[in-house]
Design a protein around this ligand. Structure first.
Ligand SMILES: NC(=O)c1ccc[n+]([C@@H]2O[C@H](COP(=O)([O-])OP(=O)(O)OC[C@H]3O[C@@H](n4cnc5c(N)ncnc54)[C@H](O)[C@@H]3O)[C@@H](O)[C@H]2O)c1
Length: 376
């Protein structure tokens, strides 16, 4: 359930959905305390509600945090008849989701997403994972929530820069799955850029749901055709981790999509026009200048992270290759012969060289536009 100015309805729905539970474990992002207060207050009218505040950083998204929350829950009398509510961005959603999956081998889960990444992307997925030192989302499971509810007003307190970087997952949906929604997304991005965010949010929600829902029925574990949603994430995850927080998930995925497009173009698949479309739409995200931050990343560390990417094992790859999503045209991923996976083995050196090309194109200042020379 999703709407605007519907916080009361959300609180009622959560209370009704949790009604049969004996208590609630409310895992929330410390940054959304003011949005959470009315929901917690409504729940507490009839149910014992134990609240845990989480600091939402990638370095905190660990098995150890999940363990601490589970220990806290048991110490406070949470039982298998309780319900776990996760309210926050994608980080809290994943942590609450994995806690719900593991606690008593499965406790009911409710997602209340508060960021664009969470509301339009991560909760429309049953993947629940945390990071290991060796890489992003390497430890987790699949677990479905019994309710997802969101008042889009919650998203309005997300800082503008974070809002825009988060929308790169919607850019991914349009480039890799639903290119027919190109104009809708361009209009929504223009609205966000002009401060008309509330107007854009329902369209962005539609883009998230339209792209993902058909795959949830056919490939709910995102292990076959739904791997297409990993577009941009091979280089993206590596950049995000190697930058140690200097680059947020959505931003890193945006650069990762450009790297994937450059690779596909070099391998003779993606046309110059489709490559330019990638630069054009990512330009509209108005991402923060990244050339210096990418330049500061140790290439050896980046290559090491590429080699532990979470798509390892789907395809037989040589030691110097990485399995990644490439497009042959917009909305049309390449499938390696007979495997059924929308994945292609690519040499790490090719990826690093494509990253160099992308970095050269990134404007040094936000006001500057992309270098035109080699794109036209
Ligand atoms: N399971 C999946 O399929 C899936 C898909 C995409 C992303 N993810 C995961 O989601 C995470 C990224 O999610 P994210 O972009 O939401 O980031 P996040 O959850 O890390 O939140 C980013 C920041 O926003 C703050 N915040 C959250 N809601 C806010 C609000 N309404 N107002 C103001 N500040 C707010 C948080 O405190 C944090 O500082 C990553 O860990 C990524 O791996 C998972």
């Amino acid at each position: 359930m999703c709407g605007i100015d519907c916080a009361d309805t959300v609180a009622e729905l959560v209370a009704a959905s949790a009604g049969a539970a004996d208590s609630v474990l409310f895992v929330m992002d410390g940054a959304v305390a003011s949005h959470a207060a009315p929901v917690i207050s409504r729940l507490s009218e009839h149910l014992r509600t134990e609240t845990v505040q989480v600091v939402a950083t990638e370095s905190n998204k660990t098995l150890s945090l999940v363990g601490d929350i589970a220990e806290f829950a048991v110490s406070r009398g949470v039982t298998r008849g309780s319900v776990v509510v996760g309210m926050g961005g994608g980080m809290v959603g994943n942590v609450a989701g994995l806690t719900a999956a593991l606690l008593f081998r499965g406790t009911r889960l409710i997602h209340l997403p508060t960021t664009p990444v969470a509301a339009f992307d991560s909760v429309v997925s049953v993947k629940q994972a945390v990071n290991l030192r060796g890489g992003k989302n390497l430890s987790g499971t699949y677990y479905a929530p019994s309710l997802i509810a969101c008042d889009l007003r919650w998203l309005e307190t997300v800082p503008p820069e974070q809002l825009r970087t988060g929308l790169s997952e919607m850019v991914k949906n349009v480039l890799a799955v639903i290119p027919e929604q190109w104009d809708t997304l361009m209009h929504a991005l223009a609205a966000v850029s002009e401060g008309r965010t509330t107007e854009a949010l329902p369209h962005l929600f539609d883009i998230g749901v339209t792209a993902k829902v058909p795959f949830l029925g056919r490939d709910p574990r995102e292990r076959k055709e739904a791997l297409v949603f990993e577009y941009g994430h091979t280089m993206g995850h590596a950049l995000e981790l190697a930058s140690r927080g200097a680059m947020k998930h959505g931003e890193a995925v945006a650069w990762g999509m450009l790297v994937a497009a450059e690779v596909s173009h070099r391998l003779g698949f993606l046309t110059g026009e489709d490559l330019r479309s990638h630069y054009r739409i990512i330009d509209r995200l108005e991402l923060p200048p990244a050339r210096a931050r990418i330049g500061a990343i140790d290439p050896m560390a980046l290559e090491a992270l590429l080699s532990t990417d979470n798509k390892r094992g789907y395809l037989r790859c040589a030691d110097d290759e990485v399995a990644m999503v490439l497009l042959q045209s917009l909305g049309n991923p390449l499938v390696t012969g007979g495997s059924g996976y929308p994945l292609v083995p690519v040499r790490r050196g090719t990826l690093m060289s494509a990253l160099h090309t992308v970095t050269e194109h990134i404007p040094e200042e936000r006001s500057a536009r992309w270098k035109k020379s080699s794109l036209s």
